[in-house]
Design a protein around this ligand. Structure first.
Ligand code: ADP
Ligand code: ZN
Ligand code: ZN
Length: 741
């Protein structure tokens, strides 16, 4: 009897093993097998009759770890799909998918320790002095009779947890077992009751009603349909999710809600847990291995009804999933940036298709990819254009900073607007996507700049908590020099504006107003977020200075002015996705302003007020901007109109990288042939930051007209490329649908 096993080794192949004895492990079970000198845990993916290997070369399986498959058919299919789509070895896909303890071979037993009573107690069981024992036994009887569930033999069982919860001391249970009064029984916990509404739903506005109706319809005769819920910030997307969920939960099905990494605040959980009387599970990167395994089991066995999780929860097994929601679906944290470089929104759509359930992508700033899917008829678009209640969306205006006097990085008219807002006892949010004091230290005399010795990057000037030059791309730091190392001049100046410098400048301009810095430097410590929140709540009049951290998930109810002093940089970047991401960020930050009774205002300071992209965004809004950008991408043959694959090479030298990539290109069909197939090869080229952490990075970009051609081209080629002898001394990776290049 032969089986094929997927193993966590970076070889794109499955491995043949032989079974000794007659217990053939089912597909999806774990086995322990010898691999070289090691013993590895793998997943059985096939039963085979014949092997390419000679009889003697096929080693026997050491251990069968599961009686029933832990990877079901759907999960196995997902693994194969991920492996093929992202060009990643199947065994390594499982390594990403499965919790650590599962991969290590831990026995999976979700049964619970319960107790049953075997007989009544007699006087002989307890000596006269054993009063406490007698009492404890009476308590056990009471708990079993009132809380116990009957099993098939009509014996009442109660979990040890329930006994202890009611005041039974575990040590006594052992005693009662020895006396033959009670016996332990292992049993699966009972499944949760059907989820019920706990609070009354809000009355929907017309647009919300239409959205709920359409999606609910798809949930009633369950089938796959993808929806883009395109609703401005504050338009009540969450209420739409909640009312659709009602239908799905009533069918006894599970709902998966994906949220961006940073948006996973206790408030998120609260909104869902408050509405439904249901088992809510939270999954995020901060869980330890035991808790993560428990969550995985709860999803797989059906104990969790509402699952709120970050990116990786899209790879979980589910007992009966009825709906997937991807909240803030444009968010970049949905793309995994190492190992298996999957995009959770794309995987969510695939899973919906695979499991016959609707998928909602909800956002105020849809990615160009999802807008294109709408154009192609692959997603149904539902729009919410009004803020729920009476709140008005914030107005957006440009401030032409060319003609005005400046102070501390702010034009006079912007300072004026900040003053007016504060005078009304309202708060201002200044958005600046750069932490530290200044991004550059420059010598006035000779033009020398402080650079990172390990990266192609300037060092950022920091004064808090200590004066230091720090690299934001590796962990390099050094003291700030007193003299220029190149010419000896002492005129070294910080150039440019970081959050800390903005805070200093605003404090100087508004000495009586608290200025609160919100970035990684001020919120890294435990509980620091709570403190920042508290300061914001305690000071109706305040200025918040924040990086992109403030754009997600948080709401600051007293902020009525959002100031963006430096938006130009993002529109000028060489990364083709930068304008899209910059516009999304601006709109998301703008969404923090205003509330029911006070309209918000967003002021964007620019030195390029004629920039057409910026003008469209401000005058016509995100969707017009996005359509314009889409037209541009179509013309240039860029994604989503073509399908991209980025090969990254990292090694000790650029020459080395070049050599590998040229050899890789030589393995492709001739240029002529590829042009005929509509394939464009760009590179080899240096990465935008070629040197990073003392290693050198190069790229090769492949664009194809269809997904199908990309997949056909890549699968064999990539296998050959990583097998190149020269590739041994480098790190190669392939990124399908890369986020940037
Ligand atoms: P989004 O997720 O689209 O940014 P939210 O779902 O957070 O918006 O809704 C914003 C606010 O509007 C919330 O306080 C929510 O309770 C409220 N809200 C949503 N829908 C309605 C409605 N139909 N009637 C009244 N208030 C609503
Ligand atoms: Zn100098
Ligand atoms: Zn560095």
């Amino acid at each position: 009897m032969l089986i094929q096993v997927a193993l966590p080794v970076p070889i794109d192949s499955v491995f043949d093993y032989r079974i000794v004895g007659d217990a053939l492990p089912a597909i999806g079970c774990r086995v322990r097998v010898p691999f070289g000198a090691r013993k590895l845990v793998g997943i059985v993916v096939a039963h085979i009759e014949h092997s390419q290997l000679t009889q003697n070369a096929i080693k026997p399986v050491l251990d069968i770890l599961d009686e029933v498959p832990i990877v079901d058919e759907a999960l196995l299919k997902l693994a194969y799909w991920l492996s093929a789509y992202y060009c990643y070895p199947l065994g390594d896909v499982f390594a990403v998918m499965l919790p650590t303890l599962v991969r290590q071979g831990m026995t999976l037993d979700y049964r619970q320790l319960c107790w049953q009573q075997l007989r009544d107690a007699t006087d002989e069981d307890f000596s006269a002095s054993a009063k406490k024992q007698r009492q404890q036994f009476a308590l056990c009887e009471l708990v079993i009779n009132s809380h116990g569930n009957s099993n098939r033999n009509d014996t009442k069982l109660v979990s040890e947890f329930a006994l202890v919860d009611n005041g039974v001391e575990p040590a006594y249970l052992k005693k009662f077992e020895q006396k033959g009064l009670m016996a332990p029984v292992y049993q699966m916990p009972s499944l949760p009751k059907l989820a019920k509404l706990a609070t009354t739903p809000l009355t929907l506005n017309l647009q919300q009603q239409q959205a709920v109706q359409k999606i609910t319809h798809a949930c009633q005769q369950p089938h796959y349909e993808g929806f883009l819920l395109n609703g401005i910030t504050g338009s009540g997307k969450t209420e739409v999710y909640l009312q659709v969920m009602q239908t799905v939960l009533a069918q006894g099905k599970q709902v998966l809600i994906l949220v961006p990494e940073i948006g996973l605040t206790p408030q998120t959980r609260q909104r869902f847990a408050e509405r439904f009387d249901a088992q809510v599970l939270m999954l995020h990167s901060g869980l330890n291995d035991t808790v993560r395994l428990d969550g995985w089991q709860q999803c797989r066995l059906g104990y969790a009804q509402i699952i709120i999780g970050t990116r990786s929860s899209v790879l979980y097994p589910f007992a009966n999933l009825g709906l997937i929601i991807v909240d803030e679906s444009h968010d970049q944290s949905y793309k995994q940036q190492d190992s298996l470089r999957y995009h959770a929104s794309d995987v969510a759509l695939y899973r919906g298709f695979q499991l016959n359930c609707p998928v909602i992508l909800g956002t105020a700033t849809p990615s160009l990819e999802s807008l294109y899917l709408v154009q192609q008829g692959k997603l149904t678009e539902l729009t919410l254009t009004q803020r729920a209640g009476d709140a008005k969306p914030a107005a957006m205006q440009l401030i032409d900073a060319r003609q005005q006097a400046w102070q501390n990085g702010l034009a006079q008219s912007l300072i004026q607007a900040i003053r007016q807002t504060l005078d009304k006892d309202e708060q201002v949010l200044v958005f600046l996507n750069r932490r530290g004091y200044a991004p550059i230290l420059l010598c006035d005399a000779c033009g020398w700049q402080a650079d990172c010795p390990r990266c192609d990057a300037h060092l950022t000037v920091h004064f808090q908590p200590v004066a230091m030059l720090k690299c934001h791309h590796c962990d390099w730091q050094q003291a700030i020099p007193n003299h220029c190392p190149s010419c000896g001049s002492s005129n070294l100046d910080p150039v440019g504006m970081g959050t800390a410098r903005m805070v200093e400048g605003l404090t100087e301009l508004f000495p009586d107003v608290p200025v609160i810095q919100i970035d990684r430097d001020t919120t890294r410590k435990k509980n620091s977020w709570e403190q920042v929140y508290q300061r914001i709540a305690d000071n109706p009049k305040a200025i918040l200075v924040g990086t992109q951290m403030v754009a997600k998930g948080h709401h600051f109810p007293n902020v009525t002015l959002v100031a963006i002093p430096n938006a130009d940089r993002g529109f000028l970047s060489s990364d083709f996705r930068s304008p899209e991401h910059t516009a999304q960020l601006i709109i998301q930050v703008a969404g923090r302003a205003g509330r029911a009774d006070k309209a918000g205002l967003v002021l964007i300071q620019t030195l390029q007020p004629e920039n057409p992209a910026l003008l469209t965004l401000v005058r016509e809004g995100y969707l017009s901007f996005a359509q314009q950008l889409l037209a541009e991408r179509r013309m240039l043959g860029l994604p989503p109109f073509t399908y991209a694959c980025l090969v990254r090479v990292e090694s000790k030298s650029l020459e080395n990288n070049q050599q590998i990539l040229h050899q890789a290109i030589a393995l492709l069909p001739s240029r002529q042939h590829m042009t005929a197939l509509g394939i464009a090869i760009n590179g080899p080229m240096d990465a935008p930051m070629a040197k990073k952490n003392s290693r050198y990075h190069s790229h090769l970009l492949i664009l194809t007209k269809t997904r199908h051609v990309r997949q056909q081209l890549l699968s064999d080629w990539w296998r050959q490329t990583i097998a190149l002898p020269s590739a041994k001394y480098a790190r190669l990776s392939i990124d399908i649908d890369p986020m940037s290049w």
